[in-house]
Design a protein. Structure first.
Length: 273
């Protein structure tokens, strides 16, 4: 059973709570939406699923319905008693803490492979996804609901207007695609933006053999001056002959290079950044 709008309103009123603007809380109040997310995640009995920002447990209950082994993480100490009340008896483990500061080896001790399924707060979605890709390899799949523009940047291909540093970083570790849209009407309170569902699947190995520190130093520098040609934005970091060795036009701009091209450039110019 999942929450209705009335049930969410009653839970908040009974506990004297209101959504926290500082924590970016927008609770899903539509059963069809959370069941759709659980279905798109493709999880089921025996799967380890971690949810970040479980809130009042709307999505948590839908994930538990699949038979998956669900761990729900929540930072808000005022919501934690409510979340525990809601998921009690559904086999869900609740972990209190900030997802960006957790000891993930401890949290994920129960399974070797995990899926992340979450409605992520808009203000932390991008750094959180990128941190997990960098540091938590046991999370092999993600289905995250984020602000539509954020989702488009995470999944953007080279040469598109949304393509930038997050797109390259996701591409290094994983493949990503937008698999759905979510109307603002299914949230309480209603946000001013539309949301997107983004599927991220970790690659067996990174997209390029280039050292990530070197690659992302070049990416960060180039996109910091994205209107400049690469030979200008990367002057001092990349020798002129490295562009030819990497088969890259030095007059190109950063948004035209896919992750494999960035990898070639990093390998052709191994000077520490």
């Amino acid at each position: 059973m999942t929450h209705s709008p009335r049930a969410v309103a009653e839970l908040l009123e009974r506990h004297g709570l209101a959504p926290s603007r500082a924590l970016g809380q927008n609770f899903v109040v539509d059963a069809n939406t959370v069941r759709r997310i659980a279905r798109l995640a493709g999880v089921g009995p025996g799967d380890g699923v971690v949810e970040i920002g479980a809130g009042l447990g709307s999505l948590t209950l839908a994930l538990a319905e699949t038979g998956a082994d669900v761990t729900a993480i929540e930072i808000d100490r005022y919501l934690l008693p409510v979340l525990r009340e809601v998921v009690e008896g559904h086999g869900v483990r609740v972990v209190a803490g900030d997802a960006r500061e957790l000891e993930w080896d401890d949290v994920l001790a129960g399974h070797d492979r995990w899926a992340l399924v979450a409605n992520l707060p808009y203000n932390v979605a991008t750094p959180l996804v990128l941190d997990l890709l960098d540091d938590v390899p046991r999370i092999e799949r993600m289905l995250v609901m984020v602000q539509r523009e954020v989702g488009e940047r995470l999944a953007a291909a080279a040469g598109t207007s949304a393509y930038g540093i997050p797109s390259v970083k996701v591409s290094y570790w994983a493949t990503a695609r937008v698999v759905g849209r979510v109307s603002a009407e299914v949230f309480l309170p209603r946000p001013k933006v539309e949301s997107a569902l983004v599927e991220i699947v970790r690659r067996p190995t990174p997209a390029t053999a280039a050292p990530p520190a070197r690659l992302f130093a070049l990416v960060q520098t180039a996109f910091g001056q994205r209107r400049k040609m690469l030979r200008r934005s990367l002057a001092g970091l990349v020798e002129p002959e490295a562009f030819g060795a990497a088969d890259i036009d030095p007059a190109a701009r950063p948004e035209s290079l896919g992750v494999e091209a960035w990898g070639r450039l990093a390998l052709a110019s191994p000077r520490p950044a």
